[in-house]
Design a protein around this ligand. Sequence first.
Ligand SMILES: C[S@@+](CC[C@H](N)C(=O)[O-])C[C@H]1O[C@@H](n2cnc3c(N)ncnc32)[C@H](O)[C@@H]1O
Length: 202
Amino acid sequence: MRCMSDDHTHVQEFFGARAAGWDRRFPDDDPAYAAAVAELGLREGGRVLDAGCGTGRALPALRAAVGPSGVVLGADLTPEMLREAARAGRDRDGTLLLTDVAALPLRSSSLDAVFAAGLIAHLPHPAEDLREIRRVVRPGGVLALFHPIGRAALAARQGRELTPDDLRAEPNLRALLAAAGWRMTSYVDEDTRFLALAVRDA
Ligand SMILES: C[S@@+](CC[C@H](N)C(=O)[O-])C[C@H]1O[C@@H](n2cnc3c(N)ncnc32)[C@H](O)[C@@H]1O
């Protein structure tokens, strides 16, 4: 049986301890986030969620994409991350929600797209969680799984080997997304970025 509190505690402790210095660690990433957001194909008035938004680094680009009439939401499990987002003024670009992406307080099919940067590797039950994210996206809506560096560069930074069972290896991710009702439409894994795009099947 899934133990929500253990999952929550681990993530909240890990990211809670890192929240204050988060943006200073990665000062040059904004253009990469903006470029990835551009690939969601959002329009003026669109509705989008940043899942695992952290300090809200993607929120300005998401707001710029949907304009003042659009809806931008940022969801995260770690209160300290959301506090840093608000401190940086990113709550002006999107509404911040303290929530687990495993149980989103959102209506079914209410969004055009979900952007998720650096999230998927931290999900204890990725297939279930990707299915919950799918629930809130309309048929034909888009999911972007992004990271500002590629898998090999991230593994090197973290001092670990990249193994074939890596969740984000192309065949593994394609199968995982398919099992959760998403069709992967593109996959890029370069030193300077990781970006997988998927469309919600009808
Ligand atoms: C690597 S950080 C990335 C933060 C931000 N997206 C960025 O690119 O700077 C992962 C974030 O996901 C959040 N997170 C992890 N599991 C989550 C879950 N189940 N629900 C909501 N947020 C989660 C963490 O609290 C953390 O802020």
